[in-house]
Ligand binder design. Structure first.
Ligand SMILES: Cc1cc2nc3c(=O)[nH]c(=O)nc-3n(C[C@H](O)[C@H](O)[C@H](O)COP(=O)(O)OP(=O)(O)OC[C@H]3O[C@@H](n4cnc5c(N)ncnc54)[C@H](O)[C@@H]3O)c2cc1C
Ligand code: FES
Length: 252
């Protein structure tokens, strides 16, 4: 973990509520892993006091990209940043996706802004594996496919791709296609992760899920981001032990 004083290169709107923030940090001696995140200071002064966590959307040649959904005052302040502004980043934090294993196809499952860590994962994993990406959203306007590969869309209202949720789309695909051994990588709302977790258990498939919670410190000090372990009456910290977990290891 390191404090980076970065410079904003671009702030680009993807849709009404989502934007990409690209910042220059120079070449990092620390290796970044897809699924890790940075805690970003959103303003020049001390309000809001707490940094906000955002996944690494992509990293290449000293340029970090974040994909950010407008949620409240912190993300609103970030959306107003301009090229040339400075941005104070703490990271990389947490544990990212474990891409090891005996599988031929990476099945990526993203819901809403949960697609944010997948451009980086796609780039890292795409050199060795085939990828199928399932993206779900309420309607076509909520589907973000930025720098993703081999995308199948699912919308609740049927305005794009499969009519239904992303898990129904995945189940439909798996039952109609005979796939070689695959591993699932998922990020999105907890209800979606819960469904993916059950699917993986039922089908005995390896599955990595990226979880979320409100965070203060982002590195294990405040104990504010606990998640229950599935195996015993105990807790893990999302910021330090996660945010990515084997889906067998946590209760959602
Ligand atoms: C490890 C991690 C990685 C993340 N990566 C991304 C990312 O890549 N892109 C992205 O857009 N967001 C990401 N988030 C969520 C992001 O951190 C929050 O949306 C952001 O902190 C909200 O800040 P705000 O000041 O705009 O909203 P606030 O003013 O803090 O909150 C506004 C409202 O949104 C609710 N809220 C705040 N945070 C969340 C949350 N995490 N989930 C659901 N509701 C929330 C609050 O309860 C409140 O009702 C990530 C969160 C975590 C923990
Ligand atoms: S955010 Fe402080 S311990 Fe996780």
């Amino acid at each position: 973990m390191k404090l980076f004083k970065s410079v904003i290169l671009a702030n680009v709107r993807l849709n009404k509520t989502t934007f990409l923030l690209q910042v220059a940090i120079g070449n990092s001696e620390i290796e970044f892993i897809p699924g890790q995140f940075f805690n970003i200071k959103v303003s020049e002064n001390n309000y809001p006091l707490l940094r906000r966590p955002f996944s690494i959307c992509d990293y290449s040649n000293g340029i970090l990209t974040f994909m950010i959904n407008l949620t409240g005052e912190g993300t609103e302040l970030l959306s107003l940043k301009n090229s040339g502004d400075n941005l104070d980043l703490l990271g990389p934090l947490g544990k990212g996706f474990d891409t090891e294993g005996d599988y031929e196809i990476a099945i990526i499952v993203g819901g809403g802004i949960g697609v944010a860590p997948f451009p980086f994962l796609t780039r890292k994993i795409g050199k060795d594996k085939n990828i199928i990406t399932f993206i779900g959203g309420r309607n076509s306007k909520n589907i973000i496919t930025y720098n993703l590969e081999n995308v199948l869309k699912a919308t609740d209202d049927g305005s794009a791709g499969f009519h239904g949720n992303v898990l129904e789309c995945l189940t439909d695909y798996i039952s109609n296609n005979s796939l070689p051994r695959y591993k699932i990588f998922a990020c999105g709302p907890t209800s979606m992760l819960r469904a993916v977790q059950s699917f993986a258990k039922l089908n005995n498939v390896e599955c990595q899920i990226s979880t979320e919670s409100s965070m203060a410190c982002g590195f294990g000090l405040c104990q504010g981001c606990a998640i229950e372990k599935s195996t015993q009456d105990n807790y893990l910290l999302i910021c330090k032990d996660g945010p990515v977990f084997n889906s067998r290891d946590v209760l959602l």
